[in-house]
Write a protein that binds this ligand. Structure first.
Ligand SMILES: Nc1ncnc2c1ncn2[C@@H]1O[C@H](COP(=O)(O)OP(=O)(O)OP(=O)(O)O)[C@@H](O)[C@H]1O
Length: 702
């Protein structure tokens, strides 16, 4: 997403430009252990409530084996050795992703009547210069001073401090829970940080816990100080590390053969929305609020992509830009979601170094000012509903508010949906109120009016801030940059002008970031900012943008972990309990024998499911029925139709449900009709049980 909102490091860099920049010193006492962990933690699987069996502990090794065996996804170019951070999705992973995206389109684009876009991936460098990405879309990296090995600075500090706390627990005899390791995992662990059982004093433990609770809040130089203060070295070699330096995450390219036009693979889809704003507004008859939405690939040259699908260099995003009147951020449909309960981790709690969660209805969160406005609250609630609908466990879902340094200076409020998996709490959706920043910078740079004009029934008197320039000295001081600075100042919103005016009064000058990405110091003898009263017949304003931004790969991986469990009788018998809505294949079709009479029935069933648009799969391998069911449990196929000799005789087939393994029986037509209702979500398995007979017999084998 656009500059300064989400990327944990580069947003911090913008923060000092803020009017009321708060510098946080991580010295306050601190106590609760941060639950966000980059180290694997032991979690229990969510067994579907209808299943009356105790679950085995979640075993990531077993899940990884299923995902590889059933080709959900695999490293790209694997036969050439692969490249970190690039993955190919196989047939099951692709269908799962397509079904998640289909659910997303229905939940947002169709339900909310959003304007869908498909803009180019290759983006002109001017656009990304204006948005700030060329200058600031960077993370902080450190290098081993001897062997040159590279780490992302915040991730390294976090991993080392977590390992020290883990070592302290071990030294104190507090049992540490470890996930069982596969050979693959052991190999990868070389890169992880080993915990050594050393007891720390209580003050250090408190300091470390505080540091972890707000790891996202440190600037690059602050990370450098932490590395020096806590004597953090390369965990593999023990060598010293360089100071953190910024690394821009965008992939650069040239457009055309001459190399004259520079471009980048987009790091988010958002800029494609903003540059089309004028057309979108016209399409919407000149009125706000409305939203644009886009699903597409984004690219980030991540420093150390080491967490599977969670941190990759090419990924699918689904982004919404909701344009709203800055003076009226109410939402017409807020009432529909006000009772949705959110699990919140507000910024004040984190800044005290705590991670305790608060549950609150969306209505209360907005009324009490915890969430800034109704529209932002509306999207938080709708996102919670979307994520749980596709199968994310609500108990492992929280909304974490951005802390002061994390949030861009122009943003009004910002929350991340974090999902807990064996990798800890990971941001999967960012929801930000980005104020008028994006449209303003593009408008100033291109001189296109990206503004809404609203005819007023009665003229109004408006207090503005007028900007006047002392032309000659201004030109002499800023020379060729004068026009850029002038354009920037003339395009700034009133609130920002007020900040500059306040700076003039308190400091005698103010720093202004201009559309060329540079900062200029201006003084009141060159620029006058004076109140001005005007009568207006048309109200003109730059809409504010509320942006929910989804990383589909992170959601998909979290869903895989939340859906995976193993049957009680056999640890290796894994099941992926996807909701029917997103399951890659909805029905397995199997015959009890390869008898030609049964094969003909199978073909007919496939044809009929195809006609209904239901994804089915025939398993005609020589495996036993039990093995075929087990294989399809691993694929997450919710239903199975079994054809046996009773089918040929009586025209009946059985219908099996994946999680409970219970079976129903009925005439072929009735079973197909029930499957159709199940897939459409009109009935659940209880409903199906009322329409068909319970089957408790043994399959009619030859
Ligand atoms: N490298 C990545 N791999 C996979 N998904 C990503 C990656 N970077 C971002 N995303 C997804 O895109 C969403 C919006 O991007 P955003 O810029 O807010 O992420 P971010 O704050 O930079 O993430 P992080 O701090 O984890 O790098 C994120 O919530 C996440 O789901």
């Amino acid at each position: 997403m656009p500059i300064g909102t989400f990327s944990s490091s580069w947003t911090r860099k913008l923060a000092p430009l803020a009017c009321r920049f708060t510098h946080l010193t991580p010295t306050a006492p601190l106590f609760a252990h941060r639950t966000t962990s980059t180290l694997a933690s032991k979690t229990m699987t969510t067994v579907p409530s209808s299943v009356n069996k105790s679950a085995h502990e979640f075993d990531k090794g077993n899940l990884d084996a299923v995902l590889a065996r059933r080709f959900f996804y695999a490293p790209a170019f694997e036969i050439y050795g692969g490249v970190a951070g690039l993955y190919d999705y196989g047939p099951t992973g692709s269908s799962l992703q397509a079904n998640i995206l289909d659910a997303w389109r229905k939940h947002y684009i169709i339900e909310e009547d959003m304007l869908e876009l498909d803009t180019t991936i290759m983006t002109l460098d001017e656009v990304l210069k204006t948005s700030g990405h060329v200058a600031k879309f960077a993370d902080w990296m450190v290098k081993d001073t001897k062997n040159g090995e590279i780490y992302r600075a915040d991730h390294l500090v976090e991993a080392v401090i977590e390992a020290r706390l883990k070592g302290d627990k071990e030294a104190r005899g507090i049992q540490h829970v470890e996930v069982e390791e596969t050979d693959e995992k052991k190999k990868k662990k070389k890169k992880n940080v080993k915990a050594t059982a050393i007891k720390l004093d209580d003050n250090t433990v408190a300091e470390y816990e505080f540091l972890l609770a707000q790891i996202d809040n440190y600037t690059g130089p602050e990370l450098g100080e932490l590395i020096r203060k806590h004597k953090i070295t390369n965990p593999t070699t023990g060598n010293d590390l360089t100071d953190p330096v910024e690394f821009n995450l965008m992939f650069e390219s040239n457009i055309g053969p001459t190399g004259a036009i520079k471009g980048y693979l987009r790091p988010e889809t958002a800029q494609g929305h903003f540059v089309n704003f004028a057309r979108l507004l016209e399409f919407n008859n000149g009125r706000v609020p409305f939203a644009s939405a886009q699903i597409g690939k984004s690219f980030r040259n991540e420093i150390a992509p080491r967490q599977g699908l969670l941190r990759v260099r090419e990924f699918t995003m689904a982004e919404i830009e909701h344009y709203v009147d800055p003076l009226d951020k109410k939402h017409a449909r807020f009432n529909e979601v006000k009772d949705v309960v959110l699990t919140l981790l507000p910024k004040e709690v984190q800044q005290e170094g705590r991670t305790d969660l608060t549950q609150m209805t969306t209505g209360d969160a907005v009324a009490k000012g915890v969430v800034d406005n109704e529209t932002l609250g509306y999207f938080l609630a709708r996102t919670q509903l979307f994520l749980t609908k596709i199968g994310i466990d609500p108990k492992r879902l929280r909304c974490r508010q951005h802390m002061a340094n994390e949030m861009a200076h122009y943003a009004a409020d910002c929350w991340d949906f974090e999902i807990q998996s064996s990798y800890g709490w990971v941001e999967c959706v960012g929801c930000a109120d980005r104020s008028a920043y994006d449209l303003t910078v593009h408008s100033v740079r291109t001189k296109q009016a990206l503004r809404v004009q609203q005819r007023l029934e009665k003229p109004i008197v408006v207090e503005k801030l007028d900007v006047q320039f002392e032309a000659k000295p201004f030109g002499i001081k800023f020379k060729k940059d004068a026009a850029t600075i002038k354009d920037t100042l003339l395009g700034l919103p009133k609130e920002r002008l007020q900040c500059i005016k306040d700076d003039f009064a308190s400091k005698g000058s103010s720093s202004v970031k201009c559309t060329d990405g540079k900062d200029y110091e201006i003084t009141p003898d060159l620029v006058r900012i004076e109140p001005l009263t005007v009568t207006e017949h048309v109200r003109e304003f730059t809409p504010n943008v509320i942006e929910p931004s989804f990383g589909i790969g992170r959601i998909l991986y979290s869903l895989l972990e939340h859906s995976y469990w193993a049957r009680e009788q056999d640890v290796a018998r894994g099941v992926l309990s996807f909701p029917v809505l997103v399951a890659p294949i909805k029905v397995l079709i199997v015959a009890i024998s390869n008898d030609p009479a049964l094969t003909a029935i199978i073909h007919d069933l496939t044809r009929r499911f195809r006609k209904l648009g239901i994804a089915s799969r025939v398993d005609d391998s020589g495996a036993s029925i039990g093995k075929k069911y087990a294989r399809n449990d691993e694929l997450g196929t919710p239903f199975g139709c079994t054809v046996d000799f009773a089918t040929a005789k009586n025209g009946t087939i059985t219908l099996r449900e994946r999680d409970t393994t219970s079976q129903l029986i009925g005439k072929v037509d009735d079973v197909i009709a029930v499957v159709d209702e199940l897939v459409k979500g009109n009935i659940n398995w209880d409903g199906a049980s009322k329409k068909l007979e319970v089957y408790s017999g043994v399959q009619d084998v030859e």
